[in-house]
Design a protein around this ligand. Structure first.
Ligand code: PGA
Length: 256
């Protein structure tokens, strides 16, 4: 992380875990510590149905609440979908866009991710845009080409003012939920590459202010080393965000 130029952001991605009652219990455990984090921003990206209770419990704190997906349209006949304006109205500040699980299981494409990024920004939400390669893609040596395409497509039509609101998360698919973390060097190499792609489009100054997180089996043990890399500006944390003790340890590592 490099706090001189950009904010460090630690975001929990609860995925499809925690009922509202379980969410309340976890947030009550987390709150005394994460509400005090001064040097990093903490975000909880929770299932839609948990948003009201989590927003209520965190309302007097700086901890932000996020969703894990949104629909690309403003409103309409899209049964089962949720719009950016709804999330904003419910108290969300962030929304995860293009998580690899949605790319893989729901067929989200780079083009759709780009539409969702715009929808999030239009609704006044900060998108956390996920990019990253699979193991075969890494082994083929195409990680950087692929990530370049993902980043460039996500930024299509985005002006420099809106760039400030976007967070990127580099999440190698082979590291998600597998316990197989990228080494700090591997994580930093791709995060740095993402910044280079952004720099080529927007210039050096806007690029150095963008927060680029790492995600994929980040935990209490490895977070300090990952976050010590200059271009790793935080984490998007799945499994370890579900246990108060582990998530608190990561927030503490970022808050030093
Ligand atoms: P993980 O998930 O920390 O469980 O690997 C990260 C993510 O998918 O955002």
């Amino acid at each position: 992380m490099n706090r001189r130029y950009r904010r460090t952001i630690i975001a929990g991605n609860w995925k499809m875990n925690k009922t509202p009652a379980e969410a309340r219990k976890l947030v009550e455990e987390l709150k005394p510590v994460i509400a005090k984090a001064k040097w990093c921003e903490v975000v909880l990206c929770v299932p839609f149905v948990d948003i009201p209770i989590v927003v209520r419990l965190l309302k007097d704190t700086r901890v932000a609440v996020g969703a894990q997906n949104l629909h690309q349209d403003e409103s309409g006949a899209f049964t089962g979908e949720v719009s950016g304006a709804m999330l904003k109205g419910a108290g969300c500040k962030y929304v995860i866009v293009g998580h690899s699980e949605r790319r893989q299981y729901v067929g989200e494409t780079d083009a759709l991710v780009s539409e969702k990024v715009r929808a999030a920004l239009d609704a006044g939400l900060r998108p956390i845009v996920c990019v990253g390669e699979s193991l075969p893609q890494r082994e083929m040596g195409i990680t950087k080409d692929l990530v370049t395409l993902q980043v460039k497509t996500a930024l299509t039509g985005i002006g420099v003012d809106q760039l400030k609101k976007i967070v990127f998360a580099y999440e190698p698919i082979w590291a998600i939920g597998t316990g197989k973390t990228a080494t700090a060097e591997q994580a930093a190499e791709v995060c740095e590459h993402i910044r280079t792609v952004i720099r080529k489009i927007y210039g050096a100054r806007p690029a150095r202010s963008v927060t680029i997180q790492y995600g994929g089996s980040m935990n209490a043990e490895n977070s300090e080393e990952l976050l010590s890399m200059l271009d790793v500006d935080g984490g998007l944390i799945g499994g370890a965000s579900l246990k108060a003790k582990d998530f608190i340890a990561i927030v503490n590592a970022a808050n030093q």
